[in-house]
Design a protein around this ligand. Structure first.
Ligand code: TAP
Length: 481
């Protein structure tokens, strides 16, 4: 039986969009070299004009960050820095509805996700790191670990505010100042965050936000005044940045792509496993670095599980991201949709069978239905390359050893899932899977206290937890923080 829901649209009235946004440098919104437009991927309407930061703008931002670092932030006692972080966390909570609506408008993700996942987790990151700011001497990095200086941070479009929080909260807690570049297609919540920094009376220059495209990102990471680069994005751009940092001696952390295996054994609780598979790949339209995009299912239950999965996929509601009942929102951009279309076409060309949930797609905007491919071989592109969309590739296995071999047969290593009733099998699998995070009988769980990061081409360094602090501290140095 299929339930129909009446529309339950969230109101946009809480958000006041400006026609045009400047760059946030030295505590002020300032003009830059040129402008571009940011659109809603669900309707293609123009939301606002945003400033494109050129090299000279990046230069100004780095200078502002340097001044704030030397004169204020690096010499401020940790307990005082912690108060600012705490205040920012509170303001994110107070303005959570506004942030969630704006995120959904600019990114296309369902309001339910931005409201219940992105924004609360962003606030949690600030609260968590507020707690560390005055305790760094007890974090196991020596008695007085020092900050690194000015940090250049470049983030992607899939979790715009949350990725900002992952980057800015630990950097500030450790005494660094930042120049952050949000993704070209999703700059608006970063700019609202800039307003929050002003509301929190954060000293000017501690956080600087430069909007723009890849060239702006390149100008940030290549700037000689940057001491450390933190990048989240694709593996190809990450490799380019690694090459440029290698010759400059800058400290670097990379959070890159993934092609996670979600492994389901024959004794797994079927209904929970189906929910976990759906959450693993269709959450946030599959625009998730750690998405469970390869389902490895034990051969003996494959038909039964796939039947249940397709039934569940048939109940997913795709459409207006502002509707509180929507499960699957818009694809973030035309370019990303084209990439998904190209890779899924290759799946069929290479012999896999495609099945898509029977949901009508809106006429305007960028959309792709939840899709599953069966008959996939390990050599197929859809089993090897990150699609970054709502597309699941299904493979089967017979023994745990075969599951491990197939799960690890990827250049990536960000995450994995294991579904079984047996605790011993979970531990056996977890110790063999080459992935930064292994979820057991769940998927896509995040907590600021838990380190997150990759193996192999998924990057290096960790974000979150005590481990994440290390990336923002000169752990070999001495002195006071
Ligand atoms: P990218 O194309 O790599 O873009 C990421 C960011 O880098 C954007 O702000 C982008 O600007 C900028 N950029 C592009 N070229 C650059 C260059 N040459 N130098 C410096 N910066 C540059 O990735 P994406 O398509 O936005 O994001 C999707 C990727 O991010 C996926 O592979 C996903 O797995 C990964 N991701 C990883 C994680 C973690 S935690 N591992 C989390 C989220 C996403 P523009 O937007 O203007 O192009």
């Amino acid at each position: 039986m299929r339930f129909e829901y009446a529309p339950a649209p969230e109101s946009r009235s809480i958000v006041t969009l400006r026609d045009s946004y400047g760059l946030f440098i030295g505590g002020d919104f300032v003009a830059g070299s040129s402008v571009f437009k940011t659109i809603s991927p669900a309707t293609e309407e123009v939301l606002a004009e945003v400033t494109h930061a050129g090299p000279e703008d990046v230069d100004r931002a780095v200078a502002a960050a340097r001044q704030a670092y030397e004169r204020i932030w690096s010499v401020m006692p940790g307990r005082e820095r912690g108060k600012y972080l705490f205040r920012i966390g509170r303001l994110i909570q107070e303005r959570s509805r506004e942030l969630a609506v704006l995120e959904t408008m600019d990114n296309g993700k369902p309001i339910r996700e931005s409201r219940d996942v992105d924004v609360p987790l962003a606030a949690a990151h600030f609260f968590y790191h507020a707690g560390w700011a005055d305790k760094l001497s007890y974090a196991g990095f020596g008695p007085s670990p020092r900050p690194l200086g000015v940090v250049g941070q470049v983030i992607p479009w899939n979790f715009p505010l949350l990725m900002l929080a992952w980057k800015i909260a630990p950097a500030l807690a450790c005494g660094n100042t930042v120049v952050l570049k949000p993704a070209e297609t999703t700059p608006l919540t970063a700019l609202l965050f800039a307003e929050i920094c002003r509301q929190a009376d954060l000293p000017p220059g501690v956080v600087n936000i430069v909007t723009g495209d890849g060239a702006t990102g390149q100008a940030v990471v290549a700037h000689p005044g940057i001491d450390k680069v933190a990048f989240t994005g694709s593996t190809s751009v990450g490799k380019e940045i690694a090459r440029s940092c290698a010759v400059s001696g800058k400290r670097l952390t990379l959070e890159l792509g993934g092609k996670a295996a979600n492994v389901v054994f024959d004794d797994a609780p079927a209904d929970q496993a189906v929910e976990g598979i759906v959450n693993g790949i269709f959450f946030n339209q599959g625009h998730v670095c750690c998405a469970g995009s390869r389902l490895l299912v034990q051969e003996s239950i494959a038909d039964e599980l796939l039947g249940a999965l397709k039934r569940r996929m048939g109940t997913l509601r795709l459409g207006d991201p502002m509707d509180k009942n929507t499960d699957v929102g818009a694809i973030n951009s035309r370019a990303q949709l084209d990439k998904i279309l190209e890779l899924t076409a290759s799946g069929e060309t290479e012999g896999a069978q495609r099945w898509s949930a029977p949901c009508p797609l809106p006429d305007r905007g960028f959309w792709f239905p939840p899709t599953v491919f069966t008959g996939v071989s390990q050599a197929n592109r859809i089993a090897r390359e990150e699609i970054f969309g709502p597309v699941l590739s299904v493979l089967t296995f017979r023994t745990p050893a075969e599951a491990v071999e197939k799960a690890n047969n990827t250049p990536y290593g960000l995450s994995a899932g294991v579904w079984t009733e047996k605790g011993s099998l979970i531990l056996w699998m977890a110790s063999r899977l080459r992935a930064g995070v292994v979820w057991a009988n769940t998927f896509n769980r995040f907590d600021p206290a838990s380190p997150f990061g990759g193996y192999k081409e998924s990057g290096f360094g960790r974000e979150g937890g005590r481990h994440g602090l290390e990336a923002y501290l000169d752990v070999l140095g001495g002195g006071d923080v």
